[in-house]
Write a protein of this length. Sequence first.
Length: 199
Amino acid sequence: MNRRTVLTALAGAPVVFSACEALARTPLPVDPQAPVGGNPKGDVTIVAFFDYNCGYCKKAAPDLDRIVAQDGRIRLIYLDWPILTKASVYGALVALAAKRQGKYEAVYRALIALPGGRVSEDQMRAALATSGADLDRLQRDADAHRTEIVAQIKRNAALAQKLGLQGTPTYVIGSGVASTLDYEGFKAAVAQARARGGR
């Protein structure tokens, strides 16, 4: 599956994401350590594989936030998959460390909102200052829990490989897989997932 061809035509397309036979038979195993946003008891789950240096991820992020907020019945699972640069790995490490102070989504939003394509660790550090996270604690947690966080990132990568994913962003929505969705694309994909029985 090529990430650019999984979903290329968004506007007016009757099918906005490809059904995954394996996911239809067996629900996606969700890492209990993965950060969860939206409605934890939602009837549809979006699992987002992303990289903080992925321009397509950055472009889709506001629409993903919008559909989750406006729908109210979506559980969003964040799977940091840093595959592009060394700075991507740094971003994933600090974001997952921020989960320990309840600031994962704040750090995620600060990092994913950085303009442009690829950004440096220094640019990410500057963005962290706007997240509201306790930066001293963030560094302590990143250092103290590095082994656990790296293991979590490796589990995300292993799951992506098992699913045959080719890159970021990739969204698993119900039993479907999509890439580069806009708001209308997310909305249609969620509706299709509900029509197929939700999670």
